[in-house]
Design a protein around this ligand. Structure first.
Ligand SMILES: Nc1ncnc2c1ncn2[C@@H]1O[C@H](COP(=O)(O)OP(=O)(O)O)[C@@H](O)[C@H]1O
Ligand SMILES: [Mg+2]
Length: 397
């Protein structure tokens, strides 16, 4: 009997298109002798569709056609079985049962814990990181706080709410000035793809970019820029019990910030324009990276600490900022569902893509089994003894 694997992709995210590409690539490589693939495409408004035509990348050029022929479905738990049911039609028939969900979605509403929360609520086993790890992966501020607490090297930073800044800008600027050194990089806490990120060289720019970032998020992060920058990424595969490390890649040129500055939108204001962090859009990559043994050791050690601290699962990519002159590495961020699932790093590590996918799926099943062993419901007699609103403090009869 084949496992019915529901691959979820698309989603309400700026990385919608990247997700489609990652998912179709992955579906093509999943072992069809073991798994029956049920593709589910989530459109930009959040509707779920299934059907064989979703496997053809061309269909996404004509979404009207897709919506005409694909079935709009909902996923739910029907008497202990997980089913995709037609949302339309007289009888709202069951399209198929599914055993396991595999979200291949990037960014908001897919990689950030929200979809994972839905899957938890339905009760279906799923691959990749759980709700908490996914949420920590999306919020750059929470992530830094947890990493720092767990002995991971992160750049110096400050954070605040947009309303705090609007009420007392001078107070916030002066506290930043006191504890951080320019240039500073301003980021909205929970976006990706460099949206709303800019480098400030002085106080004037800092004030401007904070206002810009607050268009995108109500939590703002300001951190020190790493000088003499090289960017190194590594992939980790595993769960809380065991982990494997990929080879390390170097992305971009040696002076990435300069390269990015070249790409400012319209040459304007030091914005980092349109560069995806997901590892697909980046022009240059060197695998394995040309780095010393010492730096390789540091990256691997910090990657394992990061994976553990965030309690990630499945395959992730952890991005580092490397200050070449000072021989120091900092964890910049984790991608819990990385672009292309980082298969290109695993191929260079000696693991072919079908095997990587098999590992990710198995980890999803193992995590579900481990979790099922823990007690999640408690017998309680509170409700048995409850007789209406009488006797509830503060409520007058
Ligand atoms: N502290 C920093 N110092 C230097 N460059 C940085 C720093 N933070 C981010 N960058 C640059 O900006 C890019 C995007 O920032 P990142 O935090 O990864 O946001 P995103 O989630 O949009 O990928 C990074 O890949 C790196 O090139
Ligand atoms: Mg990034």
């Amino acid at each position: 009997m084949k496992i019915k694997l529901c691959v979820l992709f698309g989603g309400r995210s700026v990385e919608h298109e990247v997700s489609i590409i990652t998912a179709i690539q992955a579906i093509n490589k999943i072992d069809k002798a073991k798994y029956e693939i049920i593709p589910v495409y989530i459109d930009k408004s959040g509707k779920w569709y299934t059907g064989g035509m979703l496997l053809d990348i061309e269909i996404y050029r004509d979404l009207d056609l897709l919506k005409r022929y694909a079935k709009e479905v909902v996923l739910y738990n029907r008497d202990g079985k997980f089913v995709l049911q037609n949302k339309k039609g007289l009888f709202k028939s069951i399209v198929t049962e599914v055993d396991l969900a595999f979200p291949i979605m990037h960014g908001t509403n897919g990689e950030d814990g929200t979809l994972q929360g839905y899957l938890e609520t339905v009760g279906i086993p799923y691959c990749e990181s759980n709700v908490y790890a996914s949420a920590l992966g999306q919020d750059k501020i929470l992530q830094k706080q947890v990493l720092k607490e767990n002995g991971v090297n992160v750049v110096k930073y400050k954070w605040f709410f947009d309303t705090e800044y609007l009420n007392e800008p001078d107070k916030i600027i002066s506290s930043i000035d006191k504890s951080l050194d320019y240039p500073l990089i301003v980021k909205p806490a929970t976006l990706g793809s460099s949206v709303g990120i800019a480098v400030a060289h002085d106080e004037l720019e800092l004030r401007e970019y904070i206002m810009d970032a607050s268009q995108y998020d109500y939590k703002i992060l300001v951190e020190e820029v790493v000088n003499n920058l090289r960017e190194l990424n590594i992939s980790v595969l595993g769960n809380s019990e065991r982990q494997e490390l990929s080879v390390i890649e170097e992305v971009g040129s040696k002076h990435e910030l300069l390269t990015y500055e070249d790409k400012y939108i319209g040459g304007k204001k030091g914005k980092l324009g349109g560069i995806s962090s997901k590892g697909m859009a980046s022009a240059k990559r060197l695998i394995p990276a040309d780095i010393s043994e010492d730096i390789e050791k540091k990256v691997k050690d910090q990657a394992l600490k990061t994976f553990r601290a965030l309690n990630s699962s499945g395959v992730v990519r952890i991005d580092f900022l490397y200050d070449e002159k000072n021989n120091e590495v900092y964890v910049n961020e984790i991608n819990n569902i990385p672009g292309s699932l980082s298969f290109y790093l695993w191929e260079k590590t000696g693991k072919e893509y079908p095997e990587l996918l098999d590992d990710i799926i198995n980890l999803g099943i193992i995590n579900y089994k481990n979790k099922s062993k823990k007690t999640t419901t408690f017998k309680s007699n509170i409700l048995e003894g409850f007789n209406g609103l009488k006797g509830v403090k503060g409520l007058k009869k």
